[in-house]
Structures are given as C-alpha cells and as structure tokens.
Design a protein around this ligand. Structure first.
Ligand code: NAD
Length: 423
C-alpha cells in the first residue's frame, strides 16, 4: 500500500520501517537485546482464506490476516482494513504501531491489526456483508474481548463492525459487544467514536502550537486523505482550532483554494460526486503536489509512505500532524528534523481513535454509557498528557518527536515484559 517513489534505494516496506524506528529507540533506551529481538516481531498471526458468494452467483476467494503483535500490557487492539493492495507486512507494521500507540497513551491494551485483500469500491453492500461475516467465521476463534479487539480502519466502517459483532454473537451464542469497537450506537457503540481520531489529533496540535508559539486561529491547514480521519480533521480544524483549510485530497486527487474551503460543503460534494475533485472555486492538484503546498499544518490522513526522502525537502509546514499511520519514512524524518519541521508522530497524533475505542470497551463491560462531554474531556486528558510526556522526552534526550514517543512506549512495553518474566 505504498505510492511509487523516485528513490529506488529507499526502504518503503512498512514493516521494515517499523523495525528501523524501533531500533533507533532501542539504542536510546539501551534496551535489553532479548526484549529488542522480541519486539521486532509479532507474537502471533493468522492467515485466512475466505470464500464469499458474489451477487453474480460465483464464489470468490479472498485472503485475509489478523496479526497480534504484542499483548504484554493487555488484549491486542487494532483496526481492520479492506484494501486491494493490502499485504501481510503492512498489517504487521500497523500492528506494531498499535502496540506503541496503546502504550504511549497508557491504556491497558496491546497492539494488533487485520486486513483483507479486496476492493470494497467494487463490491455491493451484500458482498461486503458476506465478506465481513466470512472474516469473523475464521478470525472469530482468536479474537475476544479479553484476547483481541478489532475496529474500523481504511475502507471499513461502523456498518461493517455491526455485521462482524453480529456474526461473533452467533458464534458465541450471546452478545459480546466489547469484541469489536467503532460499532453503531444502537449496539453498544460509544458517543464520540466517529470523530475521535481527528479530535485527538486536534488536541495534540493545540498543545504543540502553544509550545511552538503558533496561533492556530487563521493558520493554514492542508489535509491529504478525505475519509473518516481527514473529513473530521477539516471540520474540527476549523471548529476547535480556527484553522483555514486550504487544500484536501482523496484517492482521485486534490483541490486547492488559498482563501479557504468550507469543510462541510466539500464533504457534501464528495458524497454526491464520489470525490473532492471538481469542487467549485478550486484548483485541481495531484496528491504529490498537495503535500508541497506551503502551509502551517500538514495533516497526512491517507496511507503510509507518502512523505519520503524524495519529496521531504520540498515539504515545509511548521507542523506535520500524522493522522495516517506511517505516512513519513525514516529518511523523510531525518530531513524534517534537520529542517525544523515539527512532527506529531502517527501513534501519538492519531491515538484518539483507539482511546475512545478503549472507552467503548469499558462502557460495554459495565453496560453503562457516558455522555459525549465526558468522552471529550477524558480524551483531551489522555492526549494532552501523552503529548507533553513525548515533548519533554524529546527535549530531555535531544531527539525527534517520533523517537521520543517510541522511547516512552517501548519502555512501558519492555517493563510489562520484564515484570511478567518473559525475558
Ligand atoms: P477511510 O477509508 O475513511 O479514508 C481513507 C481516505 O484516504 C479516503 O478519502 C481515500 O480516498 C483516501 N486515499 C486513499 N488512497 C489515497 C492516496 N493514495 N492519496 C490520497 N488519498 C488517498 O480511512 P480512515 O479511517 O480515514 O484512515 C485514514 C488513515 O488514518 C489511515 O492511515 C488509518 O490507518 C489512519 N487511522 C484511522 C483511524 C480511524 O479511527 N479511522 C485511527 C487511527 C489511524
């Protein structure tokens, strides 16, 4: 799931990138070599083959994965992607990043991830439902609210989570809603889950802006990717931070207007026309051009390896707020650090989603539901304290923000491993 890069020598395999990032933090921490070796690999993974009846009467065979990277701090937790370019290494990387994400915001969970190789854009609702149920019939044996808890990610949504929770209830013989998060409210979803990833990111940007002396009111924001994370980033960037959204994009390309876009109008346009492209009063740009538009805050919200050694020199915002997982390669990170571009790393910046998913699990366990104000307040507390801890660690060790986030997260996971007696 990576875009072509002009530098043939740069490593773009997301799992190798995740391992390289870990190695850098391990050196800062002087990490026990056995713990380091353990944390470079997933503990468990399941590969599944899924027969699905298609609308035309044929049966199509799909491949899927579930990776349980590390559960030393609690049940593994992580989203599920439906994507035509899905690979096991992408899922491994995403599962590793989930391990660091739950640790950096200090929620009692580990890291996991799932994926199915399919093109959901070419599938009917009936086909998607049958695929979702087929996935749970295979993966159901290794998930569970005390084992591993999936959630939505790229091209999966609350409806897909509902079908999966329903199929799991049939397997068990009773409802166990906490097995999946990001569900609709009718079956144990949480208030505030839909915009949680973007909202958490906005809280982190707000705190970073205070440290950097950046007034977010009127600050320009560019957003790559216009799905769950990107659309709410646009809405909340305006509502919570007073930003001016000047460019957004989806898989078909981007739109730019230096005077600012009305996020809700662009969302409505995309719903009606299938893409942001063609939104009145805008200039069309490619996804590559969009990343290089001068702005205060760049918010990658699409896929991994978008910012590489090849284009990072030309990307010069004050803040890169990574709502996407893995958008920046290690080579690009070094360029940003040298150029003073302040990176809010993915597993810190986008941890709002898993944090509210955790709140959803807690509410499911107690069968007692919180109001949206409580969710927002508790999310804000988690994100704000995680951000400041990472910033202080970066200052203390004179390292970049991503490595600082790793230092905190890896230390927490390593301590759990030690106290359990694994190493
Ligand atoms: P989504 O399926 O809702 O939206 C994905 C968006 O990216 C779509 O608008 C799509 O058109 C666009 N896109 C796809 N390929 C693109 C490309 N090459 N260039 C530009 N845009 C492209 O997915 P989402 O849930 O918003 O996830 C987006 C990113 O955020 C992913 O990296 C995901 O892992 C991460 N993330 C999501 C959540 C969550 O709660 N949804 C939580 C944490 C991290």
């Amino acid at each position: 799931m990576t875009e072509a890069n002009t530098n043939p020598t740069e490593e773009l395999n997301p799992f190798k990138i995740a391992q390289k990032q870990l190695d850098k933090a391990a050196a800062v921490l002087n990490l026990d070599p056995a713990i380091h070796a353990l944390l470079r690999e997933p503990l468990r993974e399941l590969h599944v083959t899924l027969p699905v009846k298609m609308d035309d009467g044929t049966t199509k065979i799909f491949k899927g994965f579930r990776v349980q990277y590390n559960d030393s701090r609690g049940p593994t937790k992580g989203g599920l992607r439906f994507h035509s370019q899905e690979t096991i290494d992408t899922v491994r990387a995403l599962a590793a990043w989930m391990t660091w994400k739950t640790a950096v915001v200090d929620i009692p969970l580990g890291g996991g991830k799932g994926g199915v190789i399919c093109n959901p854009k070419e599938m009917s609702m009936g086909e998607l439902e049958r695929l979702s149920r087929a996935y749970i019939r295979q993966v159901g044996r290794i998930i569970g609210l005390e084992k591993d808890v999936p959630a939505p990610d790229v091209y999966t949504n609350p409806q897909i989570m509902a079908w999966m929770a329903d199929e799991y209830a049939f397997l068990k013989g009773y409802n166990e809603f906490g097995v999946i998060t990001g569900k609709p409210l009718e079956i144990g979803g949480s208030q505030g889950r839909m915009d949680a990833t973007a909202r958490g990111g906005m809280y982190v940007i707000r705190e970073a802006a205070k440290i950097l002396g950046l007034d977010t009111n009127g600050a320009t924001m560019v957003i790559q990717g216009f799905g769950n994370a990107g659309q709410f980033a646009a809405l909340l960037g305006v509502e919570l931070l007073g930003c001016k959204i000047i460019a957004v994009s989806d898989s078909k390309g981007g739109i730019y207007n230096p005077d600012g876009l009305d996020p809700q109008a662009v969302i409505d346009w995309k719903r009606e026309n299938g893409s942001v492209i063609g939104f009145p009063g805008t200039e069309q740009v490619t996804n590559a051009e969009l990343l290089e538009i001068p702005c205060d805050i760049l918010t990658p919200s699409a896929l991994e390896s978008q910012i590489t050694g090849a284009n990072a020199k030309r990307i010069t915002p004050k803040i890169v707020a990574e709502l996407a997982n893995g958008p920046t390669t290690p080579e690009a990170d070094e360029i940003f650090y040298k150029n003073g571009v302040y990176v809010l790393p993915d597993f810190l910046c986008n941890a709002g989603g898993v944090t509210v998913s955790y709140f959803e699990m807690v509410q499911n366990a107690y069968d007692y539901y919180w109001d949206v104000e409580t969710i927002h307040q508790r999310l804000d507390e988690k994100m704000t304290s995680a951000y400041h801890a990472v910033h202080e660690t970066a200052e203390k060790f004179q390292i970049d923000m991503r490595t600082a986030a790793y230092v905190i997260a890896v230390d927490r996971v390593a301590n759990a491993i030690k106290v359990r007696g694994w190493v």
